[in-house]
Ligand binder design. Sequence first.
Ligand code: MN
Length: 228
Amino acid sequence: MSLTTYKKKRNFKSTSEPVGGTSNRGKLNFVIQKHDATRLHYDFRLEMDGVLKSWAVPKGPSTDPAVKRLAMMVEDHPYDYKNFEGIIPEGNYGAGTVIIWDKGTYEPIEPVKGKKAQEKHLLKQLKEGSVKIILHGEKLRGEWALVHTKQSENSWLLIKHKDKFASSAEVTNKSKSVVSGITLLQLEKSAGSKNGSPKKAVKKVAPKKASPTAKKSLTLTSKKKVNS
Ligand code: MN
């Protein structure tokens, strides 16, 4: 396993992010986490070889086959990371809020039976720079491809294939966690009320009394981040 980089970057005494985990289900899992760190991005993770192969997608996935989204490959994450939703405290790597934006099982497009054989097939595709998969998520379904580009060692493109799940509707407008039903902003606010606000931006914007105007300004703040 290749979790050395992951572990090196983190201090597990001060972050509640998972350290390991063992896959034991009959199907391969995927997760997409929406992560508001230095910059808002989506972390696209595919279970392969006992870990989560991971890409940071700055703009998030698009269900429009005409739109190719940049996906920067990052270090493998431990299997249990697929269940992580919460706050990475200030001062830690990736400090900020994380929600589970989508999750489910996935498989190769080519009909390969059995998890072991599927993983072998996918690892070969990964090495070749073209991973073709079917996602069975709550927000994302159908055929997708991750294609390595020649731009840099880590740059890939996330592309929706044309099928009945393709749509020009902006899927990232769906902003809630598929696990808790909350948005990143709600997570940030709930943390603020418990331990003091973890983010200065919230402190500055948060009103003393909830008023419609104040709510509007919070929404605008979050929208602004999405575009950055
Ligand atoms: Mn991230």
